[in-house]
Ligand binder design. Structure first.
Ligand SMILES: Cc1cc2nc3c(=O)[nH]c(=O)nc-3n(C[C@H](O)[C@H](O)[C@H](O)COP(=O)(O)OP(=O)(O)OC[C@H]3O[C@@H](n4cnc5c(N)ncnc54)[C@H](O)[C@@H]3O)c2cc1C
Length: 248
């Protein structure tokens, strides 16, 4: 059994595209039917490999957007000058096949059995692994209190908004809108800064679990901010998506 699971993670396999859902004008969730899926943990990612007719290949990583036990899903933001994300968000159709490998990662994961308060800080598409964690919490009936601080450009850019706005018991979702706010907006505006982190973060003496995900400069700024609040550096888990910070 263990051998099968390890083989499943490390080798490329063919996945068939299932339901495709538009989340925002530039973000799409893609369900993947993977016959040999070994199961995943909340927060893990997978790799996608595309091969052109001339044999050229491109590989990218995508966080798994669904909870353990649900069909595998990824959520991809289109970068207009990108190589892979425009194909995944615009060309791919139900029934198409792509190569994937995973699940990958044993560090940026959350287990619903952990009762510690959880702080999740997302920049743009960095919210994807947190959707897996929140669904995992919901499906298992876990009671760890969770705060999600989510930085997005504008309200229409918020991914999974309907789902996040439900805020099940024990879950608080705090948005900050960096570029455009609706006229009646009473929430936070601007980038995540020290004052906002201090307001939202669980006090360090409660020994919270903390996760930060998004474009690299965003992740570094937030992780530094949490360390300044007294969070031990080694306990702030980070997932860097790359790029120059355009998504938050
Ligand atoms: C572990 C991991 C998980 C990831 N999960 C997701 C996910 O769930 N959803 C998702 O949409 N992406 C995710 N990414 C990012 C993804 O792997 C690709 O980097 C992204 O889709 C861009 O690929 P591309 O080929 O379209 O662009 P590229 O051709 O690689 O890059 C085009 C340009 O965009 C810049 N760029 C790359 N990434 C970003 C970014 N995030 N923000 C701003 N500029 C950027 C590059 O520096 C380059 O200048 C993840 C990355 C990692 C490492």
């Amino acid at each position: 059994m263990a051998g099968t699971a390890i083989r499943g993670r490390l080798t490329w396999q063919t996945a068939t595209v299932g339901v495709v859902t538009d989340e925002t004008p530039s973000v799409r969730t893609i369900e993947l039917q993977v016959p040999d899926w070994a199961g995943h943990r909340a927060g893990q990612h997978l790799d996608v490999r595309l091969t052109a007719e001339d044999g050229y290949t491109a590989e990218r990583s995508y966080s798994i957007a669904s909870a353990p036990g649900e069909p595998v899903m990824i959520t991809v933001e289109r970068l207009d000058d990108g190589e892979v994300s425009p194909y995944l968000t615009e060309e791919l159709r139900a029934g198409d096949e792509i190569e994937i490998r995973g699940p990958i990662g044993g560090y940026f994961v959350w287990d619903a059995a952990d009762p510690a308060p959880v702080l999740l800080v997302a920049g743009g598409s960095g919210v994807v692994p947190f959707r897996s964690m929140l669904r995992h919490r919901e499906r298992t009936g876990a009671s760890a209190p969770v705060r999600l601080l989510y930085s997005a450009r504008s309200l229409p850019d918020v991914i999974y908004r309907t789902e996040l706005d439900k805020e099940p018991d024990g879950v608080e979702v705090i948005y900050t809108l960096t570029r455009q706010q609706p006229p009646d907006w009473t929430g936070h505006s601007g980038r995540v800064n020290a004052a906002l982190l201090a307001e939202v973060a669980w006090p360090e003496d409660q020994q919270p679990a903390s996760y930060v995900c998004g474009p690299t400069p965003f992740v570094e700024a937030v992780a530094n901010g949490l360390v300044s609040l007294g969070y031990p550096a080694g306990q702030v888990r980070t997932e860097r998506y790359g790029g120059a910070g355009g998504t938050s």
